[in-house]
Design a protein around this ligand. Sequence first.
Ligand code: APR
Length: 261
Amino acid sequence: SVAVALWSSGPVSSDLLVGDFESTIIGRCKAYLAKNKEDSSKNDCEEVWKAFSGAYLGKDPCEVSVEAYDPLMRAVSERPACDRMLFWSKTRDFVHDFTAKTKCQLTLEDTLLGYMMNDQTYWCSEKGSSVTFTEKGKCPGWDECERNPMKSFWKRASAAFAESACGDVAVMLNGSIDTPFAPDSIFASVEVKKFHSPKMKALKVVLVTKGKDDKANCKNKSLQNLKDALDPRLSYECLEVPQSKIIDCTSHPDKACGNCW
Ligand code: APR
């Protein structure tokens, strides 16, 4: 099913009172399922919330492992969208604008878990507590400690999304930076390692270019590293695609499936 993105929905987490976070997450879960009916029967949003919050409640906010979200992954079930999966790194807003407009390719944030947690910057608890905090000052930042609830969640959800990758897969990378395939990104450190043939067939790099200030092309050293890190049975292709061409393509959404690059 094609996920319909509602990127503007939901207040930012710092505005939330304790308890509102739970209703925001459950509300997003229900809204997603209402729009993606085929998957509704298998997912129960209250159960999903319990499994999600169980990963971090009562724990030190720097001691939440990636595996702590395993029960959450078991509580959620979605059919993979073969040939339409789109990965990304350093192109977040552009890629989501693209998938929201074309409703053709799907990113992690167009699936149930990604949709639920997209834009939720902070959530954590503390040792022995049953309360969720969503304030910046209360929860560690993304790089403050490795095992924080947010980073562990995105690593776990990204691993599952990449494990389910099937058919022809694309990744949108940023040609305006020196290292489009950054070793410490989730795409490089988690997702690429989960891509496997024969379920998955090919990876197409869409290197989004802007023109005169571009720092990278398909010959970039980091993209060579990407090719080397891939399962050798997968075919690999890199395309330099002007941003303007992709934007132009989104204004003709019916033609966008596979025709934007
Ligand atoms: N501080 C806060 N948030 C961060 C930071 C940071 N230092 N680094 C990354 N993030 C969060 C932000 O929300 C950011 O938009 O991770 C997001 C993606 O970071 P990128 O480096 O642009 O990309 P990457 O790490 O490769 O993650 C994207 O993983 O989520 C999956 O399927 C998705 O393919 C995609 C990839």
